[in-house]
Each structure stands twice: as structure tokens, then as C-alpha cells.
Design a protein around this ligand. Structure first.
Ligand code: PGA
Length: 255
């Protein structure tokens, strides 16, 4: 039985004052909901604040991205040890906005995935097709390539560590991200089933263990119908994670 996981992705939003209000409300709202796991991925400058407020609660915090290198002349980049220093136990890897707007590739994504594991953080690998790829019938080919590039980059030790850390996958069709229109639960289920079967080709045990989240316009109205699908193990929530009531309601549905 896989435990449900809900991850909030704040993207480039928030300030010290609004974060305090939002984080305190989430802590309060989820205090007695201990049957699922919750994470907020906040902008790097606010990880220190997230740590102060979320320490010793049932909510974890994580980074939105991580560089593959531990140090160096890489202006603006955040190293794996910096995230773990700040208490991050999770990190998003290969979000579609990183791929499309910051030109990250399957190669850099795989390197960051490996670096996150080496640092002891649970990577949340984001994969998904664009609208053009969907229309061209390439969804499965795109997902397979994104999964393979990461899986084939791990040696046996790294793979074992990824299993120990309970690596997470997040299916985020690019056309549904920030679109106010989610993919249907039936479509999400069939894609998640494909992802699980594809992971099984690399390692059958990983396929049953890995949690596969859905992301793309999830809100408190559609989360319930998505979370009941057998291969949907939770959600990666963008816009709706910025409103306390919405995020709490989604987490409670996962619980
Ligand atoms: P959204 O974003 O919920 O606003 O669609 C999801 C994501 O990008 O992780």
C-alpha cells in the first residue's frame, strides 16, 4: 500500500509576511491528518523560514530545483548540500518550467536527480508531454525517454539509494499546468499505468514502490476524483498550493 503524498509547488511566489500566514495556516489545518505525507517546495530564499515554521510538524519542505554540482563558479545555482543544510528532504527535478523556460534537458535533469540522491534527498522527477507532443500522439514516447534517461544514468548503488529514499515521479502534462483545466481522471490513470509499467521494465520492485503524483490544475474540486485512481498516489499542486484553504482541503482528501 503506497501512502499518498501531496506536494505544494509555490514557484516564484510569496514573501516573508504572506509565507508566515500560509505556513502557519497549513500547520494548523493538517495537525491531525497523519495518514498521508505533505511537502511544500518554496523558493530557495524562503527555505530558512519554512524550516523555522515547519520543524517538528507533519509537513516537510523541499527545493524547487537543484544543481548537479556541489560547488563552483555557477552564479545563481543552488547546490544539493545547501538544500540539505536547510533541512530539505525533497526536491523537484526537471519541472516543465525548468525544461521549457530554462532549457534544462533530460541530461541535466538526470544529473540533478543523481546529485539529489547522493545528498540524501528524495527526488520528485517531473515528466510530461507538451500539447504539440500530445496532438502528435507522442505522449508515451516522450515519457519513456524522460524516464529512461534518469534510470539509465543511475549505477546499482545509486539505484539502491533511490529506492531507500523512496524516489517519486510526477506526471505533469505541460498543457494542463497552470491551465485551469486538469486532465481527466481516466486519462491520468491510463498514463500513470503506462509510467508504472515502464518503470517495471527497469526494475519491477521500483514499479510497485514508486509514488506517481499527478500535477496540472489540481484543486479541491477535482483532487478527490484523481486520488481514487489506483495508480495516482497524490498530487503536485501549483496555483492551489498558494491558498491555505485550498491546499489544506486537497491534503485532507489525500489523507
Ligand atoms: P498548477 O501547477 O497546479 O498551477 O497547474 C502544477 C505544477 O506546475 O507543478
Amino acid at each position: 500500500m503506497r501512502r499518498k503524498l501531496v506536494v505544494g509547488n509555490w514557484k516564484m511566489n510569496g514573501n516573508i509576511k504572506s509565507n508566515r500566514t500560509l505556513l502557519n495556516a497549513i500547520v494548523q489545518g493538517l495537525q491531525t491528518y497523519n495518514n498521508a505525507d505533505y511537502v511544500v517546495c518554496v523558493p530557495a530564499p524562503y527555505l530558512f523560514q519554512a524550516r523555522l515554521i515547519l520543524k517538528n510538524t507533519n509537513i516537510a519542505w523541499g527545493g524547487q530545483n537543484v544543481n548537479q554540482f556541489e560547488h563552483g563558479a555557477l552564479t545563481g545555482a543552488v547546490a544539493p548540500h545547501m538544500l540539505t543544510d536547510l533541512g530539505c528532504t525533497f526536491v523537484l527535478i526537471g519541472h516543465s518550467e525548468r525544461r521549457l523556460l530554462f532549457h534544462e534537458t533530460n541530461t541535466t535533469t538526470s544529473a540533478s536527480f543523481g546529485a539529489a540522491i547522493s545528498a540524501g534527498m528524495t527526488p520528485i522527477l517531473c515528466i510530461g508531454e507538451t500539447l504539440a507532443e500530445l496532438k502528435a500522439g507522442q505522449t508515451e514516447a516522450v515519457l519513456a525517454k524522460q524516464i529512461d534517461s534518469v534510470m539509465l544514468n543511475l549505477n546499482a548503488n545509486e539505484f539502491a539509494k533511490a529506492m531507500q529514499l523512496n524516489m517519486v515521479f510526477a506526471y505533469e502534462p505541460v498543457w494542463a499546468v497552470g491551465a485551469k483545466k486538469s486532465a481527466t481522471p481516466e486519462r491520468v490513470q491510463s498514463v500513470h499505468k503506462f509510467i508504472r509499467q515502464h518503470i517495471a521494465q527497469h526494475n519491477p520492485e521500483a514499479a510497485t514502490q514508486v509514488r506517481i503524483l499527478y500535477g496540472g490544475s489540481v484543486n479541491s474540486k477535482n483532487a478527490g476524483s484523481l486520488f481514487v485512481m489506483p495508480d495516482v498516489d497524490g498530487g503536485l499542486i501549483g496555483g492551489a498550493s498558494l491558498t491555505a484553504d485550498e491546499f489544506i482541503a486537497i491534503c485532507q482528501l489525500a489523507n
